[in-house]
Structures are given as structure tokens and as C-alpha cells.
Design a protein around this ligand. Structure first.
Ligand code: CO
Length: 134
């Protein structure tokens, strides 16, 4: 079902500091910060050639990554995102296999303007998995 790894998302407490480390210490191609208020994050994309790293900083009062950063104040890996060709088929297959889709169980429009859904981390060894239709 899943295809290539689309991105790895890392929640960070200080986006400017994290971006500088990736650029200056790791020599990565670091993009400009993009505020995504509808998703409650400001994001910086890092293109590593075979995939992307997304640095996420909370934006606004009800950021979906605020609780994660409360538990992990120095930041940490938040989720991994795999591509799927048909997200409705993926959701149906996962639910019939016993995996929990977060939210109301239906895909929503993600940070890249494509349909996404998230799978419960307790069903996948403590890792939050995002699926994105590509
Ligand atoms: Co993501």
C-alpha cells in the first residue's frame, strides 16, 4: 500500500535555531519559513534529495504540536509520512485491519494541499504515521 517516504516531521521549539543548525552544521538545503495558520504550525522544508525533513514550530493557540512539545520540550520526531495512491482505499483497508484513523476517520487537506490522514501511534509502535495521497 505505502509508497515512498514523503517526509519526516520534527517538532522544534525554535524554528530559526533549528533551521540554522540544518543549514550551517549539516549543510542542508533549507527553505524559507512558511506560516500555515490553518494547520497551527510554521514549517521549514528541507529537501534531502530522496525525501524531505519538515521542521515544525507551533503557531497560534491551538497548535496540534503544542502538547507534543510540552512532553518533549527540546523537540523530537513528530511523524513520518508515506505516500499512497488512493487514500480512501487505504483508510478502508486500515480500518478493516483494526488500525485507528485519527479525527473523524476521513482524510483532510494537509499542509501540501493534498489529502492526508493520521494513524494512531499506539497502533504503530509509538510512531505517528501520516498518509498522503499522491
Ligand atoms: Co506531515
Amino acid at each position: 500500500m505505502i509508497g515512498r517516504l514523503n517526509h519526516i516531521a520534527i517538532a522544534v521549539p525554535d524554528l530559526a535555531a533549528a533551521s540554522a543548525k540544518y543549514r550551517d552544521l549539516l549543510g542542508a538545503h533549507v527553505g524559507q519559513p512558511q506560516a500555515l495558520p490553518e494547520h497551527g504550525v510554521t514549517v521549514v522544508f528541507i529537501d534531502t534529495g530522496n525525501t524531505k525533513v519538515e521542521l515544525l514550530e507551533p503557531l497560534g493557540e491551538r497548535s496540534p504540536i503544542a502538547a507534543f512539545l510540552d512532553k518533549n520540550p527540546s523537540g523530537g520526531m513528530h511523524h513520518v509520512c508515506f505516500e499512497v495512491p488512493d487514500i480512501l482505499a487505504a483508510a478502508a483497508s486500515l480500518k478493516s485491519g483494526g488500525a485507528r484513523v485519527l479525527g473523524d476517520g476521513t482524510p483532510s487537506t494537509g499542509a501540501h494541499g493534498r489529502l492526508v490522514l493520521f494513524l494512531h501511534p499506539k497502533d504503530f509502535d509509538g510512531t505517528l504515521i501520516e498518509l498522503e495521497e499522491v
